[in-house]
Design a protein around this ligand. Structure first.
Ligand SMILES: NC(=O)c1ccc[n+]([C@@H]2O[C@H](COP(=O)([O-])OP(=O)(O)OC[C@H]3O[C@@H](n4cnc5c(N)ncnc54)[C@H](OP(=O)(O)O)[C@@H]3O)[C@@H](O)[C@H]2O)c1
Length: 328
């Protein structure tokens, strides 16, 4: 089957400027952490990527270690690019990251120049492209000088292997310092990628203020708390769901959140939305947020999530009701 992109793909997606940069990102971006690895059904992964692009999702987020096995999500995305989306390369924003363990020995993880730049070369080879659009330091390294990691990002951009630099999982103080170093080097930090959802609100405690002051975009990951903030676990733990794998999301997490999920679902129903839609709208309503970075295991989930764009407004009463549940 030859893929041809939907001609109406830009009609309904919203695009937000990323901080004070020239780059706009779709309000919903697709992450390939789960469901795109070598162990997953390739045709399902391919269908999700097609559907995403057909709905105006131009941004696809990867990392060196996504799979499993590590590296296979980049390989699979590269395959889809070659087969189907290659013609549209200039309509896509492809990101990848380096920071977590990729190969044995002292140069296979964290933030040294040695690791970061070797990892980028490996990622480009796996995806089959000559540059990514955004290259991230995936996590702060407590032992490498921050300047060294930022100089590696700066070099990645100067060498043409990345168009923009980003940071992920950096706490507010370190983010501010990293942003300052990058600015001095002449490669402004484009974006920060932190975890943020109704169930995990650490970014509200300083990070979002730093990003606003510095003119840096923000793309929260796991905005659905890995599926907790959806209808997935309303009635227990279904076969095939992430919580059955007990690695990143555990049965205990589902049990702990279940009472809140039921109450939030009631509020979403009153708004005429699914819980997933409400959880995403609740994040994107903040003007400091550029895009929500979702995952999906089916086209149906993706469709459900993008529908949230039809209602991102909240009344004061709705916000109050949500706060009461979250603080209960
Ligand atoms: N920078 C970092 O350190 C970091 C860390 C983690 C993630 N990320 C990025 O963020 C992306 C998203 O993370 P995430 O996958 O945890 O995000 P998420 O959107 O919070 O969770 C996605 C999961 O929720 C379930 N889901 C999604 N939409 C649904 C719907 N409408 N109805 C029912 N269930 C639904 C699916 O679970 P099932 O699989 O059970 O169906 C899906 O796999 C990743 O792919 C990655 O690109 C970055």
């Amino acid at each position: 089957m030859t893929y041809q992109a939907n001609e109406t793909r830009y009609d309904s997606m919203k695009y937000n400027r990323c901080g004070k940069s020239g780059l706009k990102l779709p309000a919903v971006s697709l992450g390939l952490w789960h469901n795109f690895g070598g162990v997953d059904n390739f045709e399902n992964s391919r269908a999700i990527v097609h559907r995403a692009f057909d709905m105006g999702i131009t941004h696809f987020d990867l990392a060196n270690n996504y799979g499993p096995p590590p590296g296979s999500a980049e390989e699979n995305f590269g395959k889809i690019l070659k087969q189907d989306l290659g013609l549209y390369r200039d309509e896509l924003v492809i990101s990848t990251k380096a920071g977590y363990l990729m190969w044995p020995g002292p140069y296979g993880e964290w933030g040294s120049r040695k690791y970061v730049l070797a990892s980028l070369d490996q990622s480009l080879k796996r995806i089959g492209i000559d540059h990514v659009d955004i290259f991230y330091s995936h996590r702060p390294d407590p032992d490498t000088p921050l300047t060294e990691t930022m100089m590696a990002l700066d070099y990645a951009v100067r060498s043409g292997k990345a168009l923009y630099a980003g940071i992920s999982n950096y706490p507010p103080d370190m983010a501010k310092e990293a942003i300052g170093i990058l600015r001095q080097l002449g490669t402004p930090c484009l974006i920060h990628q932190p975890r943020y959802s109704m169930f995990d609100r650490w970014v509200e405690d300083g990070l979002l203020d730093v990003l606003e002051e510095e003119g840096v975009g923000c793309i929260p990951f796991s905005p659905l708390a890995q599926g907790l903030l959806t209808n997935r676990y309303l009635n227990g733990i279904p076969e095939g769901s992430r919580a059955t794998r007990e690695v990143f999301l555990k049965k205990a997490d589902v049990d702990a959140a279940h009472g809140k999920i039921l109450k939030l679902n009631k509020i979403a129903e009153k708004r005429g939305q699914s819980l997933a839609q409400m959880a995403l709208a609740w994040i994107i309503k903040d003007k400091r947020i550029t895009s929500v970075l979702i995952g999906a295991s089916s086209v149906k989930q993706l469709d459900d999530n993008v529908e949230m764009l039809k209602n991102c407004q909240f009344t004061a009463d709705e916000l109050k009701d949500i706060e009461e549940v979250l603080n209960s």
